[in-house]
Design a protein around this ligand. Structure first.
Ligand code: AKB
Length: 318
């Protein structure tokens, strides 16, 4: 990776991934791609170049790739699972028509492409415990359908045209910088904000619902090391299961309570979120990622909780 374009650089993952890539590759070599209405600000704006790149507008992608001699594209443009259910055609337009544009530009200009998939690519018929790398997927949400299509289309461009496509299936990502918007796993971020603000947390997910989660530093490490990995070792490409922790609401609540003893949580289950969560794995088997590109997470629930509370307290002045 010499010159990198991050599409969706102001989103939850993009904002931190762009800064991390700039630390490693130099500010001038990492372009923050944004859409009108979500322009980069502060450090993101000042630490390197930015370019308007709307995945639904192929010309905007081509202009950025040509101007900055891009060889690697991180395509993070997508709607999350809950919002995709209320805007299915938009989810398809951004996730799949957009991906098509990205892959076509990558084919023409010889770029490698990372387009994440998710635990949302699995469905009710998927084995839920230690979900294998290669298994039944068949999701019934529009988010899941776009994620399975993303995996297939990315593999197609690799097999047919030799485009170097690689991806991971992200679990719910927990971070303290840019909040997620419209996901099923968002509760695991929101709960920390409530704890630090001294508010009671209303949990939209039922007790006992297990989902894979991951702390942002591990997610960034995965996205970067996979793209840096030796291609000849990769048996899989789109997309690798990666895992670091799996928990239910009562477990994260109990972990936070160790540090904030007065913290309270009540349940008010959201049926849409619950149905989506019930169709996702309890925990994934990530042995292929470990074997093929040495994936190894750093954080578990306890160490993530210490770091999240410390960072949020500092940022919110609590
Ligand atoms: C969501 O909840 O929609 C995302 C995901 C797990 O893909 N965080």
């Amino acid at each position: 990776m010499k010159n990198i374009l991050v599409i969706g650089s102001t989103g939850q993952i993009g904002s931190e991934l762009t800064m991390e890539l700039r630390k490693r590759y130099g500010g001038d070599h990492v372009v923050a791609g944004y859409i009108v209405g979500a322009e980069p600000k502060g450090d993101l704006l000042e630490s390197g170049p930015s370019a308007r790149t709307n995945v639904t507008d192929r010309q905007s992608l081509e202009m950025a790739v040509k101007e900055f001699h891009i060889d690697t594209i991180y395509n993070l443009a997508a709607l999350l699972s809950v919002v995709a259910e209320s805007r299915p055609s938009m989810a398809w337009k951004i996730g799949i028509d957009g991906l098509w544009n990205v892959l076509e530009v990558a084919r023409e200009y010889g770029c490698a492409v990372f387009t994440p998939s998710s635990i949302g690519s699995f469905g009710l018929e998927t084995p839920h415990v230690m979900t294998p790398q290669d298994t039944i997927q068949r999701p019934r949400t529009m988010y899941g359908i776009t994620k399975v299509t993303t995996e297939l289309l990315s593999d197609y461009y690799f097999l047919k045209y030799g485009v170097d496509t690689r991806a991971v299936r992200f679990p719910g990502i927990i971070s303290n910088v840019t909040p997620p918007g419209g996901g099923t796993t968002d509760y695991a971020v929101d709960i920390y904000y409530s704890a630090v603000k001294g508010e009671k947390f209303v949990c939209p997910i039922k007790e006992g619902t297990l989902m894979d989660m991951m702390y942002m530093p591990d997610a960034l490490h995965a996205a970067i090391t996979l793209m840096e990995a030796d291609s000849s070792r990769l048996v899989h490409r789109n997309a690798f299961n990666i895992a670091s922790m799996s928990f239910a609401p009562e477990t994260i609540y109990a972990e936070i309570k160790k540090h904030v003893p007065t913290f309270e949580m009540v349940y008010e289950v959201d049926p849409l979120k619950q149905a989506i969560a019930d169709s996702w794995p309890d925990c994934m088997d990530d042995s292929c990622a470990r074997r093929e590109w040495d994936w190894k997470p750093q954080y578990d629930l306890a160490s993530m909780t210490v770091d999240m509370l410390e960072k949020l307290r500092a940022r919110l002045g609590k």
